[in-house]
Write a new protein. Structure first.
Length: 322
């Protein structure tokens, strides 16, 4: 009959479980309409301390405790009201792949973001359309090596925690032998190229984090929790290149869509292939796109030139670990 998506803080600090309130009626077949509600907060944070609503315009906290269950209780009296904020109705035939998590269907949030994008001179372009038009392509990560080989070779094994500040951190304790690299990677896995974009798709906290592959990073082993995106055609109507794609993934309007798409897979958050449904906020102004691409591109080129010099110095003065 109804499904209420409870806030993650609901039972914290005593229990970290993410929960959903499921309301059933015995001896009745699934009705056409399913009432859904989403509570982002329930009045306290993960430590049990009161949490207050934040005013995005004044950038100050209000004196109202942020408890969406109060709104939900009122809106459940008229769940079909189009002006509802947190309660809505979904047709049972619109359920996708047996996913019954309400926030996944909370289109009001997406529409609010779309309206905000338009007011900022941006248009939403969905990732799956970019793939369908062959502007970009996507590839899975490679896999994980046996733990006993970590720290015993020269090939970096890149995990979720190694995607930091748009770059790959090569942890010296996770270097693996070249033989193991080729064995895990196999013949059918992707060979990384310069300017590939890495995207964290599964993990406790880092989903949505991205990094740009440099020419120094093409021979690394990626955990399967990292997905790869590659721009196939830079002469496209969106002005999309690798630098701009990296920027769009990191944009606040993209990041704010993630809570609707990230679900718990057993105990670990996972966006699966629901990243296809993300909308990238592309600037309508061509000059603005070019400005962003140029400035980000120049910053990376300078960084890579500096990295090359550091590598040469490390080799000259004794093959140092940097």
């Amino acid at each position: 009959m109804a499904i209420i998506d409870l806030a993650h803080n609901s039972f914290r600090p005593y229990n970290n479980a993410k929960t959903i309130l499921l309301i059933l009626q015995k001896n009745r077949q699934q009705q056409d309409d399913i009432i859904m509600g989403v509570a982002e907060q329930i009045g306290h944070d993960h430590n049990g301390k009161e949490i207050f609503r934040y005013n995005n315009e004044t950038h100050e906290f209000t004196d109202e405790i942020w408890d969406d269950t109060k709104i939900i209780r009122e809106e459940l009296k008229s769940p079909a009201n189009p002006s509802n904020k947190n309660v809505f109705i979904i047709k049972s035939t619109d359920i996708k792949e047996s996913v019954y998590v309400p926030r996944y269907y909370w289109n009001r949030r997406i529409e609010e973001l779309r309206h905000e994008a338009d007011s900022r001179g941006l248009e939403f372009v969905q990732l799956k359309d970019l793939i369908g038009e062959k502007v970009i392509a996507d590839y899975p990560g490679h896999g994980s090596p046996p733990g006993e080989y970590k720290g015993r070779g020269t090939i970096p094994y890149v995990r979720v925690a190694d995607i930091v500040n748009w770059a790959i951190y090569k942890n010296p304790t996770a270097l693996i032998p070249e033989r193991i690299y080729h064995k895990i990677k196999g013949k059918n896995s992707i060979d990384l190229r310069e300017k590939d974009v890495l995207f964290v798709r599964r993990g406790s906290y880092r989903i949505g984090s991205v990094a740009l592959v440099s020419r120094f990073d093409t021979e690394v082993l990626l955990t399967r929790e990292i997905h790869v995106f590659r721009v196939l055609n830079e002469r496209n109507s969106y002005g999309l290149d690798a630098f701009y794609l990296l920027y769009l993934f990191s944009h606040d309007l993209t990041q704010r869509q993630l809570p609707n798409k990230v679900l718990l897979d057993t105990t670990l958050p996972n966006i699966a292939r629901r990243w296809e449904e993300l909308y990238l906020p592309v600037a309508k102004d061509i000059a603005e796109r070019d400005k962003i691409k140029q400035q980000i591109g120049e910053a990376f080129i300078q960084k890579w030139e500096g990295q090359q010099k550091i590598m040469e110095l490390a080799k000259e003065f004794g093959n140092l670990t940097t």
